[in-house]
Design a binder for this molecule. Structure first.
Ligand code: AHR
Length: 500
């Protein structure tokens, strides 16, 4: 079989400017993300604050612009005041979300220091589970107010003279989920989120706020939840959140790789609901999307059921990712880039040890999971403007999806640096896909690199001692007379880079 796909791209047909926060990630006080992940004072690479520099180096490779913190489910029971001030005086608390003990050795200020070291902003979540308006507005005052008030002066007394100036804030986490501490109905949450947003913005009018959407598209309250929450909060927030995790539980690869179509549909549905509310309110304002939790998560589910409660930082949610997971992560990135006009914030959940691209050994090495690579490639090369492309690809049907294109692709153009990148996944399990891409509008652009992530074993994993799944630079893409041609190997993630 000679499998062919064609596409045409034009630099004037813009989907939208890519907000760099779309390449955000997430660190929760959960498992070994904070303790033994980013922070391990006894580690040989630890800096003066106890942060692992080997981890900092790897995170920097990912060029992560934004990190969501401190949860997740954890935030819904968190007293942020426990995590500031002299470490020796901080309380140990039971974390009911993950049934562990939180030492509070790391809190807001230390995390802000860590974020600075990786050159990232923080996307701070407030607790709307057990707490509410007062704790949230105090946290904004503590973090963002310059001085001369109780909470800002307290920050200064803790050694942080300059305000942290945190811009992006989440109003709680997954409040639609019965598993959430302080779970609420859409009306209860919508009212609380609106009033909290008002107070937070009265402290600092420059902040941007994310209201909680559904925990996933399968929630029975999905759609009604978004509509009700936005009805209450429309004038007070900037974004509505989406979360989704996929898994290959039935070991059905064709169906698994098609799951990004579910993500497409999820994004499309939430945009529709937000715009319905815009129409209903006769508003000039547009609510954008914050996909603030997304990833593959299923490998560790069984192991996590066996964890003894109340340990400090036990291994939890430590998915060991396979090559096939990296392909789906690539497609999920493509899905978000295809709606770069509306998806303005996104956080790969999570960053270190917990469903993460980076893993650490206590006292030992840090290492990269297969999903590290598509995430890094998109973050490093996917800056600029996402372009519409007309794609014609052969298709297949799977258990849950019809008309799944073998070619999944998006093109990004950066006018300033005069570079363009074609991101492409070939979903075919046995055949090379021969791509022909009309790039005549990108006059004078030539292929400078074709990176490929491929592996004969879809279940191949990396480990601290072996890197089986790593990209190579030997892709075949070339440009001739305004056409890029490339042979995309079966089951591969491709990054075709062009420059003038
Ligand atoms: O990322 C892991 C968990 O997944 C988060 O704490 C929660 O928000 C979601 O259910």
């Amino acid at each position: 079989m000679n499998l062919k796909a064609k596409m045409t791209v034009d630099k004037e047909y813009k989907i939208g400017k890519i907000d760099e926060r779309i390449y955000g990630s997430f660190i929760e006080h959960l498992g070994r993300a904070v303790y033994e992940g980013i922070y391990e004072p006894d580690h040989p690479s630890a800096d003066e604050q106890g942060f692992r520099q080997d981890v900092i180096e790897m995170v920097r490779e990912l060029k992560v612009p934004l990190v969501r913190y401190p949860g997740g489910n954890f935030v819904s029971g968190y007293n942020w005041e426990d995590g500031v001030g002299p470490v020796a005086e901080r309380p140990r608390r039971l974390d009911l979300a993950w049934r562990t003990t939180e030492t509070n050795h790391i809190g807001t200020n230390e995390f802000m220091d860590w974020a600075k070291k990786i050159d990232a902003e923080v996307n701070m979540a407030v607790n709307l589970g057990t707490r509410g308006i007062d704790a949230a507005r105090n946290l904004v005052e503590y973090c963002n107010h310059t001085s001369g008030s109780y909470w800002s002066d307290l920050r200064i007394s803790h050694g942080y003279k300059d305000p942290h100036k945190i811009k992006t804030w989440c109003l709680g986490n997954e409040m639609d989920g019965p598993w959430q501490i302080g779970h609420k109905t859409a009306d209860e949450y919508g009212r609380l989120a609106a009033e909290t947003a008002k107070a937070m913005r009265w402290v600092d009018p420059s902040i941007e706020l994310v209201a909680c959407g559904s925990s996933n598209r399968r929630m029975p309250t999905f759609a009604e939840w978004e509509a009700t929450v936005l009805d209450h909060t429309y004038d007070h927030v900037d974004y509505i959140s989406l979360h989704t995790y996929y898994g290959n539980r039935d070991n059905d690869l064709g169906n698994y790789l098609a799951q990004s179509l579910d993500m497409d549909q999820f994004i499309y549905s939430v945009i529709s609901i937000a715009d319905y509310m815009k129409a209903k309110k006769r508003s000039k304002k547009t609510i954008n999307l914050s996909f603030d939790e997304w990833n593959v998560w299923f490998h560790s589910n069984e192991a996590d059921n066996k964890i003894e409660p109340w340990a400090v930082a036990p291994p939890q949610l430590e998915d060991i990712y396979t090559f096939e997971d990296a392909l789906l992560v690539g497609s999920m990135l493509i899905s978000m880039l295809k709606r770069a006009d509306r998806v303005k914030v996104a956080c790969l959940a999570q960053l270190v040890n917990v469903i993460a691209p980076i893993m650490t050994e206590k006292g030992g090495e840090a290492w990269k999971q297969p999903i590290f690579y598509p995430y890094m490639h998109a973050s490093v090369f996917g800056r600029g403007v996402a372009l519409h492309s007309i794609v014609s690809s052969p298709k297949y049907d799977s258990k849950d999806f019809t008309d799944v294109p073998y070619l999944d692709t998006v093109v990004v153009h950066d006018e300033e640096t005069e570079t363009a990148t074609i991101f492409a996944v070939n979903r075919h399990q046995t055949e090379t896909l021969y791509l022909e891409c009309d790039v005549r509008s990108l006059e004078g652009y030539k292929v400078v690199e074709h990176l490929v992530l491929e592996n004969d074993d879809v279940k191949a994993t990396n480990q601290v001692t072996r890197d089986n799944v790593v990209p190579h630079r030997n892709g075949t893409a070339k440009e001739d007379g305004g056409t890029v041609t490339a042979a995309l190997s079966k089951l591969s993630w491709n990054v075709i880079r062009l420059a003038k």
